[in-house]
Write a new protein. Sequence first.
Length: 285
Amino acid sequence: MKWSDFSKLIKFRLTFLVVFSASISYLIGCKVNGVIVWKDWLILIAGGFLVTSAANCFNEIIEKDLDRLMKRTADRPIPAGRMTTGQALVLGLFMAISGTYLLGGLNLTTGYLSVFSILLYAFAYTPLKRKSPIAVFVGAIPGALPPLIGYVAAHGKIDYIALLLFAIQFVWQFPHFWAIAWVLDDDYKLAGFRLLPSGKRNLPSGIITFILTLILLPVSLLPTYYHYGGYYLGGVSLICSLIFLYQAFNLMRTLQIEAARKLMFGSFIYLPVVQLMFLFDFIGK
């Protein structure tokens, strides 16, 4: 199997972002404990990579016939005929079991959360994409679990910091998903996917996207409010949120694909910047 096919099967760029988010949260959890265990950090990265890859693999198995209908997914290995469903299933099961084993070895809560994320993403979010825009809400839960999993892998339990990390990524998911859905709506329609809030590129979808981006602003300031982060974190979070909000406002105002594309790229920048600032500011306290 070629690396290019494996990369498409596991959605490598998405998997990388997920593992990055979990690894940053792990270091924050280590700061709470007072010591960084680098061996466990590497285990988290390996296990997180395998578990996320497995979830994406199962997603592509389930959607193989739909992927053939869309331009951006038609060249994935299963719909293109370069890999059989059976081969992908074996690979996905191997990654799921080995990844869960590694994460469960850190602590049982991390293992349980990892299994939950696979099941929710592959077997709840994936089929809902053709039925209702509520799929974005369902998908936002496993999408926000990586920082929670990373933190719990280090700290061993879910506390207020873990919930704040989850909350920021959970709310961020909505403008992120909807910006992508706006850009790719024509392609998504070929497969019958309904991901925009109103199902269309229209003013209601723009307004709802703007409202959720507005909600992200106070949520991003909660770590500073509760004194888990300092003023550097608060300042960076505020600036990033205002820029992100301006991009969402432009989408609501113009309803143009180009505005959605800018919001989409803005979402790619927003999350790692805020998470890294949380880490640096938290460590510096």
